[in-house]
Every structure is written in C-alpha cells, then in structure tokens.
Design a protein around this ligand. Structure first.
Ligand code: B12
Ligand code: SF4
Ligand code: SF4
Length: 401
C-alpha cells in the first residue's frame, strides 16, 4: 500500500469527533473568523423546512420578477444538504461594510449627484468573503488533521449560491429578520454581508435571536416605491435595488420619478432603521468608497464611454451592471434633477452617441420629456419620502458616518 494511502487509512472520520472536541473547535472557528475579518460567526443546522412555504409563496406571487435564478433551483435554496452533499452544519459569517464618511444625506440631497448604495462603492465583496471562508475551511481542516481526523467536506458560499442566506444567519444567531426583510443585529444594525461555509462536522448549534422590531414600521413607511408590501416581505419588482441592478431591460415608467438620484441600489430602508444607530464602521479598507464614487457628478458619470466605465469599475460590483444599464440609470437620475441647460444638453448629446441602444435612448427621451415638463410646470423637487429620510439621517437616527 502506498505511504499516502496508509496514512489516510489511519485517519478517523470526522463523524467520530467527540462533542467536547467539537465545542473546542466551534470556539476556535469563531476566533479564526474574527482574525479573518468577519465581524461574527454563528453555526446552525440545515433544517430550513419552516422557510419553504414562505419562500414558495414569494415565488408564486412572482415577487422575484426577472430573477429566474431565484426559482431555477427549486427548493434547493432551503436545503443546504442538496446544494452540497453531506452538509450537516452551516457556519454563517457576517462582514461589516459601512464605509467611513458615508455621507448619506449629502448625496441624497444633491440631485446633481448620483447616489450609489454604500455596499457598492468599494471592492466586490463576493470574492473577498469567499476567500476568507475558504481560509476558515483550511484552518478547520488543519486542526482536524493534526488531531488525526480525515479532512472535512466543506464549501464556501457567498450570495450567488442558491441558499437562503438570511434564514440561515438567523438560525445561527447573527440577527433577526427585520421588517425590511434584511438581517438585523442588535449591536451592529444591518450594514453587513452574509456568507457561509457548508460543512459536515457535528458542531454545537447557536441560538437564534428573537425578532425585536416591535411596533416600528419606519422602513415600510419610508420605502420610496412601497416595495415592502407587508412586514418581512419585499416585492423585488418594486425595489429600487432590483430595478437599478437586476432588471435587464427598461425600468417601468411608474417607478422612474420615485428613483430620484439612486443610480445603483438603494439604502433607504436601512437609513431610517433605529437599530442602525449602533452600526459599526467596516474594518475593511477594501469596502471604503473609491474617491471617484464619492458624491459623483451625474454629468461626469454620464460622460464615461464604455472603456472608461469598465476601467473605473474594475473590481467593483458596479461593473456587473454593464455600460448600457449604467447609462439607463443615470438618464433617469438626470431626468429627476432640477432642469438646467447643461443637463438638457448632455441628454441631447448622448442621443447622438453610437454606443447607446434603443433601451437607453428611450430613457434619455423620457428624461428630456421630464425636463420639458419642468420648463412648462416648474422645477422638480425631492419627493416627500426622500425629504423625510434625509431628515431622519440628519437627526442622527442612523450613523451618517
Ligand atoms: C434576491 C436578493 C435580492 C432581491 C430581493 C430581495 C428580497 N428581499 O428577497 C433584491 C434585488 C430586491 C435585493 C435587494 C437588496 N439586497 Co439582496 N439579496 C438577494 C439574495 C440573492 C436572495 C434573497 C432571497 O432569498 N429572497 C427570497 C425571499 C423569499 O427571501 P426573504 O426575503 O429572506 O424571505 C423570507 C421572509 O419573507 C420570510 N418571511 C415571510 N413571512 C414572514 C413572517 C415573519 C414573521 C418573518 C420573521 C419572516 C417572514 O420568509 C421568507 C423565506 O425565508 C440574497 C443572497 C442570498 N443568497 O440569500 C441577497 C441579500 C439578501 N441582499 C443583501 C443586500 C445587502 C441587499 C440590499 C440592501 C442591497 C442594496 N443596498 O441595494 C437590498 C435590500 C432590499 C431589501 N429590503 O431586501 C444582503 C443582505 C444582508 C443582510 N444584512 O441581511 C444579502 C444576504 C446578500 C449577502 N450575501 O450579503 N436583494
Ligand atoms: S432598498 Fe429601497 S426600494 Fe428596496 S425595499 Fe429598501 S427602501 Fe424600498
Ligand atoms: S426600521 Fe423598524 S421595522 Fe424596519 S427593520 Fe428597522 S426596526 Fe424593524
């Protein structure tokens, strides 16, 4: 028998790990997680059967819109062991992303500026978090092998995998589901990403945190497009995040005036949430907003050709949008800005540009029509809801870092 096979033979399967060793390992996993930059790690089992009917109801109502990937894997999303065979535990991790000087109110207030969701101003989180989770898996493996156990079967996932990440994180004790449907941590608010390591070791389970929104309904009342149609349920088709990031084609006209200057995602439901008053800033400099995306001037952004767009957004989640949809979103924001000669000229000029397609052209025409209407009926102003969100931020309800 070759040497390697022989040594393999001597290793015990991880299923034989005694619970005392599993408890020690769980503590170490949390410590390693923190060392790798995660704000918190929790552990849950793979039973999401209670979520299945709620998830199915959401799909049945077509709330996922064009996001075909939400239904293409069926109930696998609620069954981690089907996604990665052998999984018995999910190690759920969260990583804070709130950048310093987020300046929410400043950019929402300035209609000539494009508002970019604060999760997206820095480096794309997917790869970064997946690498961190992979390293966590390797540490677990080394630890177990040093104790004479075989390698565990593990796999990291972040966001794009067909898994219900929030219910998992909830079970793992990382937070409760807020009425905006995001995960909220009592000490850290909601400005964090989620990721998981699926694994086959019987680690001790953490305890879920009880829902604590109480009678608050601030997020529901402040959503610019009424996308939170009832507590805990978001109709993605109405959500600005979906409209500006996920939707491929034209943005339905009814939503365009409500989008304001939000050109990539939306943070409003988190901006009015009182739990975010305690939210810490990210420790990851990679998530800091890039200089050219801090209060970016709409005209400047609109002037980028495709090459410039691709260059500037390299390594950023914004790149996935593509140049056409970038222009589509900016055209809407320009259409919502108080009319001015430079804005009207920029729109006219872009119409002549070879790079634009029929979809973008239609949005530019819409923006021009908005400006024409303003010339006839008076200048546009921020919607009442946006004014309220700005006031809430300025009052210090959330940390306007
Ligand atoms: C699809 C998706 C979207 C869609 C749909 C959003 C949605 N609410 O489903 C769109 C494009 C709109 C979106 C927007 C955003 N997203 Co998103 N999105 C996802 C994704 C890929 C899947 C979410 C999902 O499974 N939705 C399906 C529905 C059915 O799930 P659900 O909302 O959790 O539904 C549960 C509740 O409705 C619950 N429920 C039903 N009835 C009741 C009743 C009670 C009492 C309770 C407690 C619960 C409950 O049961 C359902 C099933 O479990 C996840 C990543 C992932 N793989 O999980 C990221 C994710 C949820 N998104 C994230 C983020 C950051 C955002 C944005 C903030 C981005 C932005 N700034 O623009 C916005 C926020 C909008 C919002 N309020 O939700 C983060 C959230 C982190 C956190 N702290 O929770 C995630 C986890 C990505 C990540 N890896 O970090 N997103
Ligand atoms: S992200 Fe914006 S549009 Fe979407 S639910 Fe929250 S407030 Fe509404
Ligand atoms: S704004 Fe209020 S209701 Fe909405 S998630 Fe925060 S605490 Fe819950």
């Amino acid at each position: 028998m070759p040497q390697s096979d022989q040594s393999h033979h001597q290793q015990r399967p991880v299923s034989e790990l005694p619970s005392s060793e599993a408890s020690v390992l769980a503590r170490l996993i949390k410590q390693w997680g923190n060392e790798l930059g995660f704000a918190q790690i929790g552990i849950c089992d793979v039973d999401l059967s209670a979520e299945e009917p709620k998830f199915q109801a959401w799909l049945d109502k077509q709330y996922h819109g064009e996001m075909a990937y939400m239904e293409s894997h069926g109930m696998m999303r609620a069954r981690p062991a089907e996604l990665h065979t052998g999984t018995t535990r999910v190690i759920s991790a969260r990583m804070n992303y709130l950048p310093p000087q987020a300046g929410f109110a400043t950019s929402l207030k300035a209609p000539s500026v494009g508002y970019i969701s604060r999760y997206a101003g820095g480096r794309d989180y997917h790869k970064m978090m997946r690498n961190g989770l992979k390293k966590l898996g390797q540490k677990i493996q080394s630890h177990l092998q040093a104790l004479g156990y075989a390698a565990p079967n593990y796999r990291p996932f972040v966001d794009s995998a067909p898994a219900l990440e929030r219910p998992l994180a909830n079970k793992a004790g990382l937070g409760w589901t807020g009425k905006h449907s995001l995960l909220l941590n009592p000490n850290a608010g909601s400005w964090f990403f989620l990721g998981e390591l699926f694994i086959d070791i019987a680690l001790p389970l953490d305890i879920a945190i009880e829902e604590a929104c109480g009678s608050c309904v601030a997020c529901i009342k402040s959503c610019p497009t009424d996308a939170i149609i009832e507590p805990y349920i978001v109709d993605a088709r109405r959500c600005i995040s979906y409209l500006t990031i996920e939707l491929q084609g034209a943005i339905p006209e009814e939503f365009r005036p409500l989008i304001g200057n939000r050109i990539y995602g939306c943070d409003d439901c988190q901006l009015v949430c009182p739990v975010n008053a305690k939210a810490p800033l990210t420790e990851q400099t990679d998530f800091h907003t890039r200089a050219n995306l801090i209060n970016p001037d709409l005209l400047e952004l609109f002037s980028w050709d495709e090459a410039k767009f691709l260059k500037i957004t390299e390594g950023s989640p914004i790149r996935r949008l593509g140049h056409h949809r970038w222009l589509r979103n900016i055209a809407i924001a320009i259409g919502n800005a108080p009319t001015s000669e430079p804005l009207r000229q920029a729109l006219q000029l872009k119409k002549q540009c070879k790079e634009i397609d029929a979809m973008v052209l239609e949005h530019i025409d819409w923006a021009l029509a908005q400006h024409q209407m303003q010339l006839e009926q008076g200048q546009s102003a921020l919607t009442r809801k946006t004014q309220r969100v700005i006031k809430a931020v300025e009052k210090g309800l959330v940390r306007d870092a």
